[in-house]
Write a protein that binds this ligand. Structure first.
Ligand code: TXA
Ligand code: MG
Length: 317
């Protein structure tokens, strides 16, 4: 049976009543709630099964809202906002008091994004308040890039799902923070290090930071994340043989391997196409019982940096 998706108007009504609704963005679907209302924020954490130490991204739909929710904004942040907003870039900045502590897990900073998706923008504008929205998946599981993905994981736990088709980018936004003159990339995404480097002088890439004893610059960047239920092994070449029976292979480009590929992220080796397909293909392979999902190596450059980040986390035990 075809599910009934929520209209934009109904989504706005629900969000105004402090309910939570999944909405499309260009990266992945977000589980949205009023960012200024703790009740709505609590419902988001509850539905996802997400620990409250993992802060949320606040979504806006006007450049001017930035100054209403953040303060002491460095010039580099304005430069990046002008260049990449609306788009798949999230900036962590000192927060203003109007943002509840629950949204930021008690941190003095808030993560802010201006999504490019026209439906997300329309919903935020009609609501008249910013929307907190983590990816609309259960904690640590695969992010959704199609409305059906949300139905599978969260269908019965949320008030609605707005159908915006397939997300065009396919991986979560690039997250950056600012320290002195330096832009720190906390999570790689479609806005690549070289795109940022072209505009600001100093850029660093924050290594995975959940190792014991290390301070967390981005509390949500756990080593294990973005995981299918089926065990996943990234980089087919390095798998210690023999492969378990009932292994499926997710290919990239024309990589040679004795096991025939079930799906190919991009036959031509196009990273944009591979990124857009990644979560949908993993959802598809994960729906059927398999013992192992084997994924071909992807070049660690440009958009491939984000793919390598997600697949590495998806593969860890
Ligand atoms: O593309 C995206 O960013 C999607 C769509 C829906 O916009 N959202 C998304 O949200 O990926 P989520 O919750 O899955 O990831 C947000 C991550 C957190 O896990 C955390 O690592 C980081 O953003 N974050 C949020 N607030 C932060 C803060 N104040 N300081 C450092 N990192 C923060
Ligand atoms: Mg997420």
């Amino acid at each position: 049976m075809q599910p009934t998706w929520t209209s934009i108007k109904e989504a706005v009504r629900l969000l105004q009543s402090k309910e939570i609704v999944a909405i499309p963005t260009e990266t992945v679907y977000g589980l949205a709630g009023n960012a200024l209302e703790t009740l709505a924020l609590a419902k988001i954490f509850e539905a996802k099964g997400r620990p409250t130490f993992d802060p949320l991204i606040v979504h806006i739909a006007e450049h001017s809202t930035l100054n209403e929710i953040a303060q002491n904004i460095p010039p580099q942040a304005h430069t990046l906002a002008q260049a990449f907003w609306p788009g798949p870039l999230t900036m962590v900045l000192p927060k203003k008091p109007c943002i509840p502590d629950l949204a930021t897990s008690g941190l003095p900073s808030v993560a802010i994004r201006f999504p490019a998706h026209p439906i997300a923008q329309e919903i935020i504008r009609l609501c008249g308040f910013p929307l907190a929205a983590p990816s609309a998946n259960l904690f640590k599981r695969l992010s959704p890039t199609r409305p059906e993905h949300i139905l599978e994981q969260l269908g019965h736990k949320i008030s609605g799902i707005v159908d915006g088709g397939t997300c065009s980018v396919g991986v979560e936004s690039t997250i950056v923070s600012f320290k002195n003159e330096t832009v720190q990339i906390l999570r790689p995404g479609a806005i690549t290090p070289s795109m940022i480097q072209a505009l600001v002088q100093k850029v660093t890439i924050q290594p995975s930071n959940s190792a014991p004893g290390k301070a967390m610059a981005s509390p949500g960047s756990m080593d294990t994340h973005y995981q299918p239920r089926t065990p996943l092994h990234y980089n087919t070449k390095a798998y210690p043989k023999p492969l378990p029976p009932n292994t499926v292979r997710l290919a990239f480009a024309d990589t040679q391997h004795p096991l025939q590929a079930t799906l190919n992220l991009s036959k031509s080796g196009n990273l944009l196409e591979a990124t857009a397909n990644l979560y949908d293909y993993l959802h598809r392979l994960d729906r059927v019982p398999h013992e192992l999902i084997l994924v071909d190596p992807i070049p660690n450059e440009g958009l491939g940096i984000a793919l390598n980040d997600r697949l590495t986390r998806a593969s860890l035990k």
